[in-house]
Ligand binder design. Sequence first.
Ligand SMILES: CC(C)(COP(=O)(O)OP(=O)(O)OC[C@H]1O[C@@H](n2cnc3c(N)ncnc32)[C@H](O)[C@@H]1OP(=O)(O)O)[C@@H](O)C(=O)NCCC(=O)NCCS
Length: 262
Amino acid sequence: MQKSFSTEKPIQSGVIFQKNESSGLTEVQYEIRILDPSYLPRIMELQQLIIENLLNKDTLQPFPADFMKEHLGRKGFVLGVLSGNDLLAFRNVYFPDINDTEWNLGIDLEFPSRILNKVANLQMVCVHPSCRGNSIATTMNRHAIRIIKELGIRDHVCATVSPYNFWNIKILLACGFIIKKLTKKYGGKLRYVVHQDLNCPMSFESGSSQPVVLTNFIKQHEMLSNGWYGTNLNVSREDAGRPFYENMLLTFSRQTEPLNAG
Ligand SMILES: CC(C)(COP(=O)(O)OP(=O)(O)OC[C@H]1O[C@@H](n2cnc3c(N)ncnc32)[C@H](O)[C@@H]1OP(=O)(O)O)[C@@H](O)C(=O)NCCC(=O)NCCS
């Protein structure tokens, strides 16, 4: 029987640093919870603020309220970081239908049709600009993956990420995802499709990795089509402040042969 999740109890609490108006840092208490549908207006408000502040509007695919609402229990769940009544961050998880060509990323990755009902998506993550730098997205991703595992209904987790969203690429790779495809999604936007198999993490050959400049999409597409996977992104601190995408290197690796390969 499918397990359910509780929106009643916090799943983590603690203290984070928030930038204040005088550019100093203030300690604030927070809780991470699974949000119930009453949070929809606050989620939409935070999404709007994030969109207004994006350096590159192409990096985030906005959700209308009716689609966001589907994540709040019926077809997924949303983790929220709350400080009192303020929503500081959210991460949503979606359980797409097997024939949903937009959101079932197993279709993009050419999974056999029998496992398309086992795919979950990490859909959208937003952290209020005043709270960035607390690794909140990483923390929420790890809880999201743990909860998906505990629910026991999905074995594969996928997500899309823009090649220009190097913060989020780094976070997804650190959370166990592998870049498997470079494609156009959402009406022509360039996206990596990332994946992790919850039961069978991939391992990679040591000593055979190849770095490719983040903006060399032709080379990356060629590598991904020839059995290489994107596994690491190197961004120097200097580049993170003023994005010089051409200085960033995406590392490609080859999967280790399974032990029982004949
Ligand atoms: C991606 C995102 C959720 C990461 O937030 P986060 O969890 O706070 O990130 P981290 O704590 O891992 O940040 C690591 C470093 O990168 C910086 N950073 C993270 N996101 C940043 C951003 N969008 N702009 C500038 N710097 C950013 C942090 O300040 C921190 O710097 P520091 O090491 O000097 O302290 C956040 O950037 C965000 O909300 N972006 C807009 C929405 C988005 O693009 N979502 C993904 C697509 S759905």
